[in-house]
Design a binder for this molecule. Sequence first.
Ligand SMILES: CC(C)(COP(=O)(O)OP(=O)(O)OC[C@H]1O[C@@H](n2cnc3c(N)ncnc32)[C@H](O)[C@@H]1OP(=O)(O)O)[C@@H](O)C(=O)NCCC(=O)NCCS
Length: 147
Amino acid sequence: MRFDCLKAEYLPEIAQIERESFATPWTEAMYAPDVEDENAIYAVGIDDGGEVICYGGFHKVLDEAHITNIAVRERDRGRGYGAALMSKLIELAKQSNIARMTLEVRDGNERAVGLYKSFGFSVEGIRKRYYENRFDALVMWLTIEEG
Ligand SMILES: CC(C)(COP(=O)(O)OP(=O)(O)OC[C@H]1O[C@@H](n2cnc3c(N)ncnc32)[C@H](O)[C@@H]1OP(=O)(O)O)[C@@H](O)C(=O)NCCC(=O)NCCS
């Protein structure tokens, strides 16, 4: 797998992975502004056949990285791609002089929470009924180490 930045040509596949991953998926139109936005930093994992395996990104807000979405296509989950993606996002954050990264994850999404904790993220807050006005979101933060 190689990583590329977010490009318009990837949006149909990303939208498909969104639909298989989330109850309220982002559409191509919702991702389109991030293609042009220099403060939106994405890593898109591409397989040998040129297809999108995974993607994730963040918006730079001063020295913080606000992660938008992270997903691996359904048939390739549990094979280490999520971890590779998170490593890449942290590397990109370091290159952007980011001090702290944050994300929201649905309470009960054990795989995602386990992944984030394994990279040093910790739960620092809860947004009640954040998803579909039903499910709580855990707010997780990571402090980026220097060097
Ligand atoms: C969450 C997601 C991105 C993880 O990617 P993945 O490729 O499946 O994860 P990996 O194979 O890289 O696993 C990485 C780590 O996740 C954790 N993990 C994986 N499966 C797990 C499980 N069933 N239970 C708990 N933790 C788990 C472990 O810490 C694992 O590290 P390990 O292999 O050293 O034990 C992916 O499953 C996905 O796209 N899910 C649907 C969308 C989603 O929920 N996105 C997150 C929204 S915030």
